[in-house]
Design a protein around this ligand. Structure first.
Ligand SMILES: [Zn+2]
Length: 238
C-alpha cells in the first residue's frame, strides 16, 4: 500500500460524488476526502496523503493542526516549502545543494581520494553525524531493482556518473555503504563488478555491524563508526 501514497496524487484517476472525492488507484477505492471540507483544506489533505507513510487520516490531522497555527507560522511553512524549488542536486555527488556543488564537495579539507557510495542523502548525513568519515560521497538515488523481465532500474541511479567520476578524478578508494539489506547488498555487488575496469581502485564494503535489514539512516553513531572502521576490502583479483 505504501506505493499508493508515494505516487503523485495527479496520477490517480479521480471521480467526484456529492459528499466525497473518491480517488481510485488500479480500480480500487483507496482514499475518500470529505467535500464538506473547504477546498484549500481538501487540497492540502491530498498533498499530505501523497507523502510516504502518511495515510488519509493522518493527512487530515496534519491539515487541521496547521490550520490552527498563526497566519505567520503558516506563511513561514509555505515559504520553506517554496524554497525547496530553488534547491537542486550537486553536480558531482548528487547530494541536495543550493549551489552547483554541495557544501561537502566544496570542503577542500576533505579527502578527495575516497568516495563513500550511499543510497540517498539521508545516509550521507547519518555517516557525517558519526564524525568518522572525512572523504567525499556519491548518492545513488536508491537501490538497484530487477523487474519481472530482467531489466534493471540502473538508468534511474547515478552508477554511470560514478564510473565517470572515478575516471575523471582518479579516485583511489570506493567505500560501498549501501544499506545492509538484500537490495543494498545486491546493489553493492553490482557496482563492485562494474568497478573491475579500474584495477588499481581499492574497494570496500561497510562491515556487517549494522543489524541486517537495518538502514544506515537509523543506525546509532557508535554502530555506524564500527561498520565504517571495520569495512571489508575486496580482494582485487576476485
Ligand atoms: Zn556534492
Amino acid at each position: 500500500m505504501h506505493i499508493i501514497y508515494s505516487t503523485p496524487i495527479t496520477s490517480f484517476y479521480k471521480r467526484k460524488y456529492d459528499k466525497i472525492d473518491i480517488i481510485l488507484y488500479d480500480r480500487k477505492v483507496i482514499f475518500y476526502i470529505s467535500l464538506m471540507h473547504p477546498k484549500p483544506f481538501q487540497d492540502l489533505i491530498k498533498h499530505f496523503s501523497s507523502l510516504p507513510s502518511i495515510g488519509p487520516k493522518m493527512a487530515e490531522r496534519l491539515t487541521l493542526y496547521l490550520f490552527k497555527q498563526s497566519p505567520e507560522d503558516i506563511k513561514s511553512f509555505a515559504t520553506s516549502l517554496e524554497a525547496l524549488t530553488k534547491l537542486s542536486f550537486c553536480k558531482r555527488c548528487f547530494n541536495v545543494s543550493d549551489q552547483e556543488y554541495c557544501s561537502l564537495c566544496r570542503d577542500t579539507q576533505r579527502d578527495q581520494t575516497i568516495v563513500c557510495v550511499v543510497e540517498d542523502a539521508l545516509d550521507a548525513i547519518a555517516i557525517e553525524r558519526s564524525g568518522f568519515f572525512h572523504g567525499t560521497y556519491h548518492i545513488l538515488g536508491g537501490n538497484l531493482e530487477i523487474g519481472k523481465n530482467g531489466e534493471t532500474n540502473e538508468l534511474h541511479l547515478t552508477i554511470e556518473k560514478l564510473l565517470h567520476r572515478i575516471k575523471e578524478e582518479k579516485t583511489q578508494e570506493i567505500l560501498l555503504a549501501t544499506n545492509p539489506t538484500t537490495e543494498g547488498d545486491f546493489t553493492a555487488l553490482y557496482i563492485k563488478r562494474k568497478l573491475h575496469i579500474f584495477p588499481s581502485l581499492r574497494i570496500s564494503r561497510i562491515a556487517k555491524g549494522l543489524a541486517t535489514g537495518g538502514d544506515i539512516e537509523y543506525a546509532d553513531e557508535q554502530t555506524l563508526i564500527g561498520a565504517l572502521k571495520n569495512r571489508r576490502y575486496y580482494d582485487a583479483s576476485v
